[in-house]
Design a protein around this ligand. Structure first.
Ligand SMILES: [Zn+2]
Length: 206
């Protein structure tokens, strides 16, 4: 970086620019903002320092947690026969926000991606199978993104579970709310058409 900023500020800008979604300009803006808020620097510094020591994976679902069990696994009144498989804690959080799902989760943290070197082992499927058997899961919901890796992972898991006495479902894939149909790509439109939902059932002529 060019001259103009003192060393420590320059270093902070450099580090912040390495974070996902933060370019050099945003890093400069954030750093200058932090400089004007000494208290915030103190709190942020402590939180960042503690983060890797305090947060770990839940021993049941592999969600992030500060205790052995995450907040969701601690809730005993959820439906123990349903298991929703997600790629990341962020996706779990989004599904929780809908308030529609009252089962438990399993977080993969990876998707199958031979290019990046993530094979079936990276997914920790032994633990998943153990949970399915022990809890006698009746429905597995594959809530994985409809990307190449997401689809490959969903197919792999579905194949692995094919002989288990359970229902396997996956999220419907269609046109996002607020999007006009002519902006949807052909695959999305095809999927939306295949998974169309009925809004009125016909009383057919006899
Ligand atoms: Zn958990």
């Amino acid at each position: 970086m060019e001259k103009g900023y003192p060393y420590t500020l320059k270093k902070l800008i450099e580090f912040l620019s390495t974070l996902p979604g933060i370019g050099e300009k945003s890093a400069q803006r954030l750093s200058l903002y932090l400089l004007s808020k000494p208290e915030l620097c103190e709190i942020l510094g402590d939180l960042i320092k503690e983060l890797p020591y305090k947060v770990r994976l839940c021993k049941e679902c592999k969600n992030l947690s500060e205790d052995e069990l995450c907040e969701i696994c601690k809730e005993r009144e959820r439906d123990r026969t349903k298991l929703c498989i997600v790629e990341s804690p962020m996706h779990l959080f989004q599904i929780e926000k809908t308030g529609l799902y009252r089962g438990y989760y399993y977080v993969l943290h990876y998707l199958l991606s031979p290019k990046e070197g993530f094979g079936p082992k990276a997914l920790g499927l032994d633990t998943l199978l153990k949970i399915i058997e022990e809890r006698e899961i009746k429905e597995v919901i594959l809530a994985l993104s409809p990307t190449l890796s997401g689809e490959a992972t969903a197919s792999y898991i579905a194949e692995l579970l094919k002989d288990y006495p359970l229902t396997i479902s996956k999220l419907a894939c269609g046109i996002p709310m607020g999007m006009e149909i002519h902006f949807a790509d052909p695959l999305t439109l095809k999927s939306a058409l295949q998974k169309r939902e009925s809004i009125k059932r016909g009383n057919f002529y006899e």
